[in-house]
Design a protein around this ligand. Structure first.
Ligand code: SF4
Ligand code: SF4
Length: 79
């Protein structure tokens, strides 16, 4: 289980989530930020920081953005 960054981050990327993550597991990709699911400790600190509500627990990702769970994994270099 992990938190996941989804579509509204694309083009926004204001990075306010990055500063609050206690384990520094939020990384920058070309078009968005992403969370490494192997490093996330599910503290939830990042979720309320996002101004465009782009962060969800993986059990609560809206249907239209389900593919982003895998995208965060792939951007992290995980299968
Ligand atoms: S839930 Fe906590 S550990 Fe996971 S990415 Fe957000 S701030 Fe970092
Ligand atoms: S706060 Fe939201 S928009 Fe900003 S980088 Fe994090 S997930 Fe993306």
């Amino acid at each position: 289980m992990t938190y996941v960054i989804v579509e509204p981050c694309i083009g926004t990327k204001n990075a306010s989530c990055v500063d609050v993550c206690p384990v520094s597991c939020i990384y920058e990709a070309e078009d968005m930020y992403y969370i490494n699911p192997d490093e996330c400790i599910e503290c939830g600190a990042c979720e309320p920081e996002c101004p465009v509500n782009a962060i969800f627990h993986d059990s609560a990702v809206p249907d239209e953005w389900k593919s982003f769970t895998q995208k965060n994994r792939e951007l992290s270099g995980l299968a």
